[in-house]
Design a protein around this ligand. Structure first.
Ligand code: SF4
Length: 171
């Protein structure tokens, strides 16, 4: 993995190095991505992921957001909070608390703030199970919405000049 082990042709890599900071814009009240606020989604507080969320749950986090987004039909969510990772404690004042992943389930096991826990024990949680469990609470997520999103992402590359799917395939 050392740059020195590769033959580099063309411009020098060092000339194009820069540190890039990236953050996902969240609402001021820590209730979800800024885009949720713009869409008018209310009754839902998804606490922003922190550094205790490891790879497994990180991979599922974005799909989880898309699934919640798919369940929004213009009506407020029924006072739902979502916590994840190893250090987020659920707050008071919610009807339902989604504990996303076994770490959040363990960490909130005896949390007196929780009125009704929706536990997703997986490590990481399974998305189809997520859809099923939330449907039982009247929150109808559409898994196909997530599939459509993946297709949309893929489509963006497909149209780019020079993209060849075979370059990204493992043989
Ligand atoms: S539930 Fe598993 S994947 Fe998620 S944060 Fe905990 S250890 Fe990581």
């Amino acid at each position: 993995m050392e740059l020195a082990d590769y033959e580099v042709i063309g411009e020098r890599v060092e000339d194009h190095q820069e540190y890039v900071t990236y953050d996902w814009e969240w609402s001021e009240g820590d209730t979800g991505p800024a885009g949720f606020e713009k869409r008018g989604i209310t009754g839902l507080a998804i606490r922003k992921y922190d550094s205790s969320l490891c790879t497994g749950c990180s991979v599922q986090y974005n799909p989880m957001l898309i699934l919640f987004s798919s369940a929004f039909k213009g009506e407020p969510f029924p006072k739902v909070e979502v916590v994840s990772g190893k250090q987020q404690l659920a707050a008071d004042g919610f009807e339902n608390t989604v504990l996303f992943g076994k770490c959040a389930c363990h960490f909130n096991k005896n949390n007196p703030n929780i009125k009704k826990a929706i536990q997703l024990w997986g490590c990481p949680p399974d998305l189809e199970k997520f859809v099923e469990v939330l449907a039982n609470e009247g929150i109808k997520c559409d898994y196909n919405e997530y599939v459509r999103f993946r297709h949309y992402l893929f489509g963006r590359y497909k149209e780019s000049e020079g993209f060849n799917l075979a370059d990204w395939s493992v043989k």
